[in-house]
Design a protein. Sequence first.
Length: 301
Amino acid sequence: MSMLSLERVSKKYRVGAFGGRELTAVRDATFMVKPGEVVSLIGESGSGKTTIGRMVLRLASVSGGHIRYDGTDVSRLKGRQLAGYYKRVQGVFQDPFSTYNPIFKADRVLHTIRPSFFPEASAAEWRKRIDTALESVRLDPRQVLDKYPHQLSGGQLQRMLIARALLLDIKLLVADEIISMLDASTRIDVLNLLADLKERGLGILFITHDLSLGHYISDRSVILRRGVVVEMGSTDKVFGSPRHPYTRTLLSSVPQMHRKWTRADIARTVDGRCAIHDDACAGEPGLVEVDDDHLVGCAAQ
């Protein structure tokens, strides 16, 4: 059973002078995230992946379709129901540095949730909860508490934000490019942390433009192009046997040490034809199942 499901979700913005034009950022996105599963949402800049993450977190409204969490339509939640949703679903974003106010100690981000979610907790109970959350993300409370942001590394700041989410006993984490601003030595620590959280049953929507990261961490992958899902399924199948020209283009664009990259590699993968050359594709836009847990977009998407 899915924990989070998106059903033909779309997002449209009014743009231009006086909002005279309409821009479709996401169109008919459909996929799910199960407990204990990492789903990578992969695409280039402007593909709509962050917009989807914002809609899941209720930071952006849904123009069409439904986002359901445990069967409940997220877009209809208000008041206490929305607060209850945020106790189960939280997000961590790309830039850990901008999240912190440099004039306050870094652990202030932990304490700000206490009045809203844990008003009855005693000081001892609250400190124990914080220590447990920090230790679960491999941080020593003695080394990070009472420190200012500039005294901590980017990896420590990012893990503290994940600890903040874990304070709420969440079931789903939306991780939007959370390691793109970290150095290489820190990235693997955060990735391994996400893998540990997955083993504990946490569902993770991992938003990234980096194919290697998506392949490394995810159970299933969703490829976005211009707001449309063009291929999705088991990560091994999507990466091992890509069927859509855009997926092949992304994979061909990754530099490889053993051969010289040329523009011809890209030209061979994008020919404007249907992604699936068989009777299952009638030339109409949509997703066709080409294998168990492997769906591919049809026609020019």
